[in-house]
Design a protein around this ligand. Structure first.
Ligand SMILES: *Cc1c(COP(=O)(O)O)cnc(C)c1O
Length: 426
């Protein structure tokens, strides 16, 4: 059997395969650039582990209080080194990205303070954390207020609006690197650096925090190299390399991280407690694999953009644009197309491929959402996955793939399902 026949045996029609392969032929230069960045980041990770003198003993964990968990403590040094920060909190007790972001926000604000989002609405799940949508336990209930300055339609910063929004109560600025569920551009670390420079020129002591979810290892440097005080992310996205079964990280200034640690555990306990249980090995090994896994996911995203642009859909970013995260948004224009795409991704999965996803309500989201994932780790979106909020303009957000070949199959299967439903012509 050749590769074409192998794809056919998995349900890909020859005309779908030929179309996709033809588009793929045009991407070799892009893929080469991605491999160069992956190589750079791979070396950066190895150096950080060597500098922290990671040894076999660090791969084992502790239980109970987790005092003297040397693996956990060394891993936090590795993260701090990688992000070029004074300190880091990398914990299995942080459930997900939203939890990590919530810790950082609650830890670094006090009643009467104000949070500013200078790049438009934050990620959907943060709306309830901040209290943009009223929610029990939100920051709004604690008297922390919120202000937002939207981007201009071309995704550039509204500097005058931001200057006007900064006031004596502005304590923390939240900057989301990735587009999330929006169709703006994802910001490069350099662009984030320009924004931070502007904000600090007006109010030097404001804490600039970057939601770094999905951005890790896509560029050579992270936002902390450009002035961010704190970066926050999820270990079931890029930096967990597909192996971390849970977890989040916060890297940044020592005082900010200390406040996060006492918020996560308790005043007086801080970083000293928190058993790693059996997670240390997967956190180290996942981090070690993360640069190449991120690269594979990026290749999948670019390939998807190329194929779907060819089919006449608008893609964010476009297939040719420089990327700063692993998310690919495709405007599919109808609920049927979003559902068919997601069902294609599901059908290509190694786990639960026989399950058919349908749109449903999800905690934290304000519309029905369809989610496709056949993942080894529940909800892991560094694994091949697609999410589509069922609301106009009917975008699908596609990301991940622990190997490029799996991402490729998933995209072909998404095209196949749309083709079978008569939603596209080839
Ligand atoms: C995924 C994501 C989050 C939230 O992470 P969860 O792990 O799903 O809680 C926050 N911000 C951005 C930009 C994300 O992509």
């Amino acid at each position: 059997m050749d590769n074409r026949e192998m794809f056919e045996s998995l349900g890909i029609k020859p005309e779908v395969y030929d179309l996709c392969e033809k588009e793929l032929q045009t991407l070799s230069d892009r893929f080469k650039e991605i491999d160069e960045i992956a190589e750079y980041n791979q070396l950066k990770v190895i150096k950080a582990m060597q500098d922290a003198q990671v040894s076999e003993a660090h791969l084992y964990g502790t239980t109970g209080y987790g005092y003297d968990d040397i693996g956990r403590d060394a891993l936090e040094k590795v993260y701090a080194n990688l992000f070029g920060t004074e300190d880091a909190l990398v914990r299995s007790q942080i459930i997900c990205g939203t939890h990590a972001l919530a810790i950082a926000l609650y830890a670094n604000t006090r009643p009467g303070d104000e949070i500013l989002c200078p790049v438009g609405k934050p990620y959907d799940t943060l709306e309830e954390v901040i209290g943009i949508r009223p929610s029990v336990g939100s920051l709004a209930e604690y008297g922390v207020t919120y202000r937002q300055v939207d981007l201009f339609p071309d995704s550039t910063f509204d500097y005058d609006g931001i200057r006007a929004a900064i006031n004596e109560r502005t304590k923390l600025v939240e900057i989301q690197r990735s587009k999330g569920y929006a169709t703006r551009n994802t910001f490069s670390p350099e662009e984030i650096g320009e924004l931070i420079g502007f904000i600090k020129s007006i109010k030097p002591d404001v804490i600039c925090m970057v939601d770094n979810c999905y951005g890790e290892f896509v560029d050579r440097e992270e936002p902390t190299a450009y002035g961010a005080d704190i970066v926050v992310g999820s270990l079931i996205k890029n930096p967990g390399g597909g192996l971390a079964p849970i977890g989040g990280y916060i890297a940044g200034r020592k005082d900010c991280i200390e406040r996060c640690a006492v918020r996560l555990t308790s005043p007086g306990l801080g970083k000293e407690v928190g058993p790693s249980l059996d997670t240390n090995k997967s956190f180290y090994q996942g981090l070690f694999l993360a640069p190449t896994i991120t690269a594979g996911a990026e290749k999948g995203a670019i390939f998807a953009a190329k194929v779907f642009e060819h089919l006449g859909f608008s893609c964010h970013p476009t297939a040719d644009q420089k990327r700063h995260d692993i998310i690919q948004a495709i405007t599919l224009g109808s609920e049927e197309a979003v559902v068919a795409f997601a069902q294609g991704i599901q059908a290509a999965a190694p786990v639960d491929s026989f399950v058919t996803p349908y749109p449903d309500d999800m905690p934290g989201y304000d519309s029905k959402v369809i989610m496709a994932a056949g993942a080894f780790v529940q909800g892991s979106s560094i694994e091949l996955s697609a999410d589509g909020p069922i609301k106009p303009p009917y975008n699908i957000y596609f990301q991940g793939g622990l190997t490029w070949y799996h991402a490729k199959l998933g995209i072909m299967m998404a095209v196949e399902k749309m083709y079978e439903k008569g939603l596209i012509k080839i």
